[in-house]
Design a binder for this molecule. Structure first.
Ligand code: FAD
Length: 488
């Protein structure tokens, strides 16, 4: 391993984490990134005195980032800091119901009981179950490769498998939530967690009930400097470790010889390496970089997770009722998901998410203003008429917000930037612009993500949101850890 040449394709968060881990193992690491900047989907947008995080806005499991600093012998607190949010989200329904969800489980249960007339115990029991599912499934499905027979022959995995019937793998998220929560608004609130990996709560398995534990049990955080600081500080750490970054350098192919990886071709030039870690989405990886090799068609054809349409609005006034994370629910949630996942279009009444970092980091907007990141879930790009969809959605969002807030919105937007599935695909090569690789809309989805290694090409590994264990920053970081663990 000492001085072994390693190449990482892509400087997304998983690619940077893999580069750090390989450098700690003693490899000489080069990262080839097609963009001019590191971070992939973790990027930022600026307009005048406004700044927005362009992609992810919710940060969970920050200890995974700390772990990378410690692994490299550094104190994370010298470089990267974050605070736990006391309110995880403000929820708004059109009938004027409002819930500011405290992060503390007991306070949340008490607030829910008051708002919806339920018992606190039913909410506490739900969160307990969420913890049980997370703690049982994470070691089996998230922390290790699912594609190594040896990983099934240990106690924790066998224990997890024995508990499978209790984990909700064989039932649907919405049905379980309806059974356990009994209030339509609360069912909707907990159904929304399916969108944390771009899935549909009316199709995805109830094992996704594990996700609320991440927010309530483990906490939602805000990194100082914004989400961009996660990518920036890990990039700086990688550089301090001697990782060489080559920006504006798209990899054109992965080269092999006698079923072993030999290196990559980038900008027409061969770069040799005995180890290649591909952080590119697995679909373009096979369709473009591995054209001479047989592609795992069944895996590549899995339905993708949803994409997003985002308006970055500079607002010239303060809305006191809004916090860092805010949700304005659709009145017809099932129809919204049917429209996205079956109709491949956008609902006329979409659920609107507004992230406002200036609520915690005033420099992100001028005094007396706010930086609104306004996002709706949309299907991946399959050639829809995006100009028309964007115009219609913008109007629907403004009307919905003005109606619920009972305050003008349109006239307070002083600048605007837009991100849509076409741009997401163009900027990150994420197939169809999906946010989280393939969706979890069926119970076998976890087994149908690509493995973290190639079975046909020795020395070729895969990390990132489109491969095992899935999308989102925490899982992308886990994929890099699994890859490093597979390389002996
Ligand atoms: P990417 O970030 O896509 O990085 C892949 C990199 O590889 C890119 O830089 C790309 O340019 C490069 N690349 C690809 N092909 C090549 C090539 N041939 N040659 C060179 N370079 C190449 N996650 C959360 O945890 N919380 C959230 O709140 C959240 N919200 C999101 C909102 C939006 C709008 C988006 C877009 C994503 C969101 N996510 C969220 C998902 C999260 O951002 C991703 O899962 C994660 O960042 C994926 O990291 P990655 O390293 O796998 O891939």
């Amino acid at each position: 391993m000492k001085n072994e040449q390693a190449i990482v394709i892509g400087a997304g968060i998983a690619g940077i984490a893999a580069a750090i881990r390989l450098s700690v193992k003693g490899c000489k690491v080069r990262v080839f990134e097609q963009n001019a900047y590191p971070g992939g989907k973790i990027a930022e947008v600026k307009n005048g005195n406004y700044r927005w995080d362009a992609g992810p806005s919710l940060f969970t499991l920050p200890e995974q980032v700390d772990e990378l600093f410690r692994l490299a012998g550094e104190n994370p607190r010298d470089h990267f800091n974050y605070e736990r949010l006391s309110t995880v989200c403000n929820y708004f329904w059109e009938d004027d119901t409002f819930l500011a969800a405290p992060a503390d489980e007991k306070q949340f249960a008490s607030r829910v009981a008051q708002t919806f007339g339920l018992t606190e115990k039913s909410v506490i029991n739900y969160l307990k179950k969420s913890r049980f599912i997370y703690e049982t499934t994470a070691p089996v499905f998230l922390d290790q490769s699912l594609h190594k027979v040896g990983n099934y022959l240990n106690f924790k995995t066998l224990k997890g498998i024995c508990r499978m019937p209790r984990l909700g793998i064989f039932s649907v998220l919405n049905s379980q939530n309806e059974k356990q929560l009994r209030h339509p608004a609360l069912v909707q609130l907990f159904n929304r967690y399916a969108t944390y990996n771009g899935s549909d709560p009316y199709r995805a398995p109830a094992v996704l009930q594990s996700i609320p534990h991440l927010e309530f049990g483990r906490g939602a955080y805000f990194p100082r400097g914004g989400m961009i600081s996660i990518a920036r500080e890990l990039y700086n750490l990688a550089e301090r470790r001697g990782v060489e970054f080559h920006f504006n350098t798209p990899v054109e192919s992965i080269e092999t010889e006698a079923k072993r990886v030999k290196g990559v071709i980038a900008l027409g030039k061969m770069h040799e390496a005995g180890l290649v870690v591909c952080n590119s989405d697995v679909v373009p990886a096979y369709r473009k970089l591995l054209q001479k090799h047989k592609a795992p068609e069944k895996i590549l054809e899995q339905p993708r997770s949803s994409s997003a349409l985002i308006f970055y609005w500079g607002m010239n006034r303060i809305y006191e009722e809004l916090d860092m994370h805010n949700i304005f629910f659709s009145n017809d949630y099932r129809n919204e998901f049917d429209t996205i996942h079956q109709g491949r279009s956008i609902s006329e009444d979409p659920t609107v998410y507004i992230n406002i970092t200036s609520a915690y980091q005033p420099d992100d907007a001028p005094a007396g203003g706010m930086n609104w990141f306004v996002m709706i879930n949309v299907p991946g790009n399959t050639g829809q008429d995006w100009d028309t969809l964007i115009e219609k959605s913008r109007e629907a969002i403004i009307l919905k917000l003005e109606k619920r807030l009972k305050k003008p919105v349109r006239n307070h937007i002083v600048c605007e930037e837009i991100l849509d599935p076409v741009l997401i695909e163009k900027r990150t090569s994420s197939f169809q612009g999906s946010l989280y690789g393939s969706s979890s809309n069926n119970r076998y989805a976890a087994f149908l993500r690509h493995a973290n290694f190639s079975t046909g090409i020795k020395g070729l590994y895969f990390c990132g949101g489109s491969v095992h264990p899935g999308g989102g920053i925490p899982l992308a970081l886990k994929s890099a850890k699994i890859v490093a663990g597979l390389i002996r």
